[in-house]
Write a protein that binds this ligand. Structure first.
Ligand code: ADP
Ligand code: MG
Length: 236
């Protein structure tokens, strides 16, 4: 929606600045963590304090990593991608984490997803799918099923991530898209911003539809890459 666009534009400026700083923070952070661990092993200090220090350092590192993802590279390395294959790789990657939460990831016709070819940067799109699946898993404290559906919509491919999790209350839904907005104790509130930013850099659209207590559906539209071959394949 309009609201998200506006937020994302603002974030491009903030993101570029933040990512520049984030990059500089990373190295000292790595040595800080290393030496904290070393100290914890060497001196007879309070182990709880040491654990807190390391957890907090890791938390800074997570925030910094997500800020780095917000920076738009000058030039995206676009290639022809089969979206079904990218999704399958991500499902395999996320299965272990899903299992821990008692969550199953299902993909409608995943084995036979028609070869929807798009033009994009695989690693960036993977990041989007990982962030969305993470959110879905985290919303399903009692386990359940996440369904991924892939469908053609005229000149676009639509990818839906449907979860039966906690859902999002209306007052929370209106805040989503604001950087650092999170309802999680260990959240960063940057995951969805990263998704919006990457989807937009692919000339796509992302929408969230959610009902409190019922679940959430995130839909992504990505333009199909139409070579002559694909065109023939789609019209027959
Ligand atoms: P984080 O996951 O670090 O909190 P995100 O940007 O990924 O940051 O998400 C922001 C907020 O949006 C979450 O804290 C949560 O409240 C809400 N949210 C996102 N996805 C879902 C989902 N699938 N189900 C329920 N709530 C969600
Ligand atoms: Mg998240």
């Amino acid at each position: 929606s309009r609201e998200y666009m506006h937020q994302t534009e603002k974030l491009t400026v903030v993101g570029e600045l933040a990512a520049g700083i984030a990059h500089e923070i990373r190295n000292p952070l790595t040595s800080l963590k290393g030496f904290t661990q070393l100290l914890g092993d060497k001196i007879d200090s309070n182990q709880d304090y040491m654990d807190i220090m390391i957890t907090e350092i890791e938390r800074i590192n997570t925030i910094v990593s997500e800020l780095l993802l917000l920076a738009k590279p000058r030039k995206l390395d676009f290639k022809e991608l089969n979206i079904g294959i990218v999704l399958k790789k991500i499902i395999t990657l996320m299965e272990a984490q899903a299992n821990l939460y008692g969550v199953k990831i299902k993909c409608n016709d995943c084995e036979e997803i028609p070869s929807f070819i798009i033009h994009g940067e695989e690693n960036k799109l993977k990041q989007v799918f990982i962030n969305l699946l993470k959110n879905a898993i985290e919303a399903m404290q009692e386990g359940g099923e996440i369904t991924i559906s892939v469908q053609r919509r005229e000149k676009d491919v639509e990818i839906k991530f449907i979860d039966g999790g906690s859902g999002i209350a209306p007052e929370v839904l209106s805040k989503i898209g604001q950087p650092f907005f999170t309802t999680k104790e260990k959240g960063t509130g940057l995951g969805l911003m990263v998704c919006y930013s990457i989807v937009e850099s692919h000339q796509g659209k992302m929408d969230i539809d959610s009902k409190s207590g019922e679940g959430t559906t995130v839909s992504i539209l990505l333009p199909l890459y139409q070579t002559k071959e694909n065109e023939i394949e789609y019209t027959t």
